[in-house]
Design a protein around this ligand. Structure first.
Ligand SMILES: NC(=O)C1=CN([C@@H]2O[C@H](COP(=O)(O)OP(=O)(O)OC[C@H]3O[C@@H](n4cnc5c(N)ncnc54)[C@H](O)[C@@H]3O)[C@@H](O)[C@H]2O)C=CC1
Ligand SMILES: O=C([O-])C1=[NH+]CCC1
Length: 356
């Protein structure tokens, strides 16, 4: 079926083929033309890949190594590897939200993408999601849009994947207790990534509304302890994930065990906080992007601390991983993470389509 469609495309694009039509799509390389080039020349519409399919195509086992490589490439500051400006944001004041634009170009990998993400600080009664996103994947040579895909699953999984990498690199050896603060979409993806890729003896969760934490416990199925306070959840924890929509500190340094690792995912505006000053000042602070953290992280800006290193610096062996110290990974989210995740989804989609 796909082969026929491809032949129609090649025909429409008037690409001369002096071979019989009995070829496999991967033989296109003989003609020095890629599927996306053929599609671009034929003016083909982009492939549309929605949430369920993205979820079925994306797996942490494949995604996390790609993210790790991408974080390293980003921190090398080599423009042939990654060009990714700090996200531009447009306030949606009436709706208590922001539109973020996150373009990325990976020249060496031939990946060009942009994510459009709206994020909201919704009131308690709202049933709308806090994050709504779409990723556009383009052919860098022609500018042709190859794919439009759901960005929510990508955002949830690539964010959790980056946090899991931070824990792998920065948590103390033999870590046993994981605490998750917040029980929304990111909490679910973090639970999945952390329990799939790392191993913990105990997982504790806290939410500012207990019923939210109970619902989370029921939906993940695995063993989870619901805690009545942040202090109860984090006392003695080796790894703490903060995935709340709070704009004021929820996690205080005095409750955090020395040597614990904190993946701080919420509070992505310059005046929003999740962590208090004492924790920020006690910890060695790592970030996904130094520029991103200096521009967008209230925890970094308002505490006045320095970002010690990017995660990519640790991956590249340029900066040490202080596993024995208290560490904070301040995650803001990066376009390059979306780019590699979207590219992986597209590769998997093509592999599936070829088999049809
Ligand atoms: N670093 C990154 O790459 C990304 C960060 N985020 C951020 O992560 C956070 C979580 O996102 P989602 O899970 O998608 O949102 P969500 O709305 O699904 O979950 C938010 C959780 O925070 C809780 N919450 C709401 N107000 C609170 C408050 N005042 N104090 C404590 N908890 C509160 C909610 O009950 C819920 O459990 C948000 O701040 C979002 O902006 C989201 C996507 C990517
Ligand atoms: O990277 C991302 O997509 C986001 N970071 C904060 C809200 C959305």
């Amino acid at each position: 079926m796909f082969k026929k469609a491809l032949l129609r495309l090649l025909n429409a694009a008037q690409i001369p083929l002096d071979v019989d039509s009995n070829f496999e799509p991967n033989q296109l390389s003989q003609f020095r033309i890629s599927v996306s080039e053929a599609a671009a020349m034929a003016g083909a519409p982009p492939v549309i890949i929605w949430e369920r399919e993205v979820e079925s195509l994306l797996h942490y086992k494949e995604l996390i190594p790609r993210l790790e490589e991408a974080l390293g490439k980003f921190s090398s500051r080599d423009s042939a590897e990654v060009i990714q400006p700090v996200r531009s944001t447009v306030p949606l004041q009436k709706h208590n939200g922001f539109l973020g634009l996150m373009p990325t170009y990976m020249e060496n990998d031939g990946v060009l993408s942009t994510k459009l993400v709206c994020f909201y600080n919704r009131g308690a009664g709202s049933t709308l999601p806090s994050v709504s996103a779409t990723v556009l994947l383009l052919d860098p040579e022609s500018g042709h849009m190859k794919a439009v895909m759901d960005g929510e699953a990508i955002t949830n999984m690539r964010t959790a994947g980056a946090s899991a990498i931070s824990a792998k690199l920065l948590m103390r050896h033999g870590a046993e207790v994981l605490a998750i603060l917040g029980t929304g979409q990111q909490a679910l993806s973090h639970y999945k990534a952390f329990t799939e890729m790392l191993s913990f003896k105990e997982v504790r969760v806290w939410n500012h509304r207990r019923e939210g934490a109970e619902k989370f416990r029921r939906s993940v199925g695995g063993p989870v302890t619901v805690c009545g306070s942040v202090e109860e959840a984090v006392r003695g924890a080796d790894v703490i994930v903060t995935v709340t929509r709070s704009i004021e500190p929820v996690l205080c340094g005095r409750w955090v065990k020395p040597g614990a690792h904190v993946a701080a995912v919420g509070a992505c505006r310059p005046d929003w906080r999740e962590l208090d000053d004492s924790l920020m000042k006690e910890a060695v602070v790592y970030a996904d992007s130094r520029e991103g953290a200096m521009a967008e992280s209230g925890d970094v800006i308002l505490s006045g601390v320095e970002v010690f290193a990017e995660l990519g610096d640790v991956i590249n062996g340029i900066k040490p991983a202080y596993r024995e110290k208290t560490t904070v990974f301040k995650s803001l989210g990066m376009g390059v993470e979306d780019a590699v995740a979207a590219n992986l989804v597209y590769e998997q989609w093509k592999a599936k389509a070829y088999k049809l």
